[in-house]
Design a protein around this ligand. Structure first.
Ligand code: PNS
Length: 159
């Protein structure tokens, strides 16, 4: 079975990588899909986000990375994928995730959303905190891989 793991990945964190690694062991193919929303003020461009993910996922033969800039349900249908994976860290994620899963299913009744509970040591990692800590020059080595840490440092150099 081929599954999709969508997200903003701005930037990819250890939490995302853990979900991708586990999904890659469970399913035949995993499509990591970067949602591109021109209204959103992302730190990294779509090309930068693809590059960081591809550097990290080089060794995973059954994982590919793409961007999409339409509804997730439309993109899934165009890719012939019915199953979405999302990570769940803690209770605050739940309402947001449930709402998206229910709305997505209304749009695309054949789809299913599967949740993967984050490893406890990654449950407090988020891309937004990684960006915030890095913007103050703080240490993000426990939150993101080294290639991402380097790019965060470059982004905020001189701030
Ligand atoms: O990592 P994120 O920011 O929680 O990912 C959110 C994402 C990209 C999966 C979500 O915003 C999305 O699916 N965007 C595409 C537009 C869409 O389908 N919106 C309707 C959601 S019910």
């Amino acid at each position: 079975m081929k599954v999709i793991y969508p997200g903003s990945f701005d930037p990819v964190t250890f939490g995302h990588l853990d979900v991708i690694e586990r999904a890659s062991g469970l399913f035949d193919q995993v499509l990591v899909a970067i949602g591109v929303n021109s209204q959103k003020n992302n730190l990294f461009s779509p090309a930068e986000r693809i590059e960081m993910l591809e550097e990290l996922l080089y060794d995973y033969d059954n994982v590919e990375v793409k961007t999409f800039s339409c509804l997730l349900t439309e993109f899934m249908q165009s890719e012939g994928i019915h199953t979405e994976i999302r990570g769940l860290r803690a209770v605050p994620d739940y309402e947001y995730e449930k709402q998206m899963a229910v709305l997505n299913k209304q749009l695309y009744p054949e789809m299913e959303t599967l949740f993967m509970i984050s490893r406890p040591d990654y449950a407090y990692i988020s891309a937004s905190y990684a960006r915030e800590i890095a913007s103050y020059g703080g240490d993000v080595s426990g939150l993101v891989p080294a290639n991402v840490e380097m790019r965060l440092r470059e982004k905020y150099a001189g701030h």
